[in-house]
Design a protein around this ligand. Structure first.
Ligand code: CU
Length: 153
């Protein structure tokens, strides 16, 4: 009984705090590999990428995001239209299926940091608060990588 209690208490302590350098837990969700790219001084937007795994039995949904480094953060999708890559804001959020994952990556779904207040500097980290429909909010740190990191666009 005592061991079970301790395990439960430990699990509670781990909720919503980093469980490794770049891993964050929020209820049944685990956010990993959160990153962005360095930006030029004249650049006013930046992309944000991460993976959300859902170990639970209920689907969740990423509905919004915000960051102190930009005026706002939008959820975007990217697709080829007539040979041109186009980005569009996603309305209604992005599914995190039960037992599955949502991947935000170059060339696909991503966070768009709009109205950067200052350039993103490689080697630093940028806080972004993610809001999920069921699990609530968690703030993760996007590691700022080089311009060429991750491939794609
Ligand atoms: Cu975008």
């Amino acid at each position: 009984m005592k061991a079970g209690y301790l395990a439960a208490a430990t699990a509670a302590l781990l909720a919503a705090v980093p469980i490794a350098a770049q891993d964050y837990r929020l209820g049944t969700l685990t956010v990993t590999h959160a990153w962005t790219r360095q930006t030029a001084p004249s650049q006013s937007v930046g992309g944000g990428f991460l993976t959300v795994a859902n170990g639970g039995k209920a689907a969740d949904r990423l509905v919004a995001a915000s960051s102190p480094v930009s005026a706002r953060v939008e959820l975007h999708t990217m697709s080829m239209e007539g040979g041109v890559m186009r980005m569009r804001q996603v309305t209604g959020g992005l599914d995190v299926p039960a037992g599955g994952k949502l991947e935000l990556k170059p060339g696909g779904y991503h966070l768009m940091l709009i109205g950067l207040k200052k350039p993103l500097v490689r080697g630093t980290a940028v806080p972004v608060t993610l809001q999920f429909q069921r699990a609530g909010k968690v703030t993760v740190q996007l590691k700022v990588e080089s311009i060429s990191y991750g491939g794609g666009k």
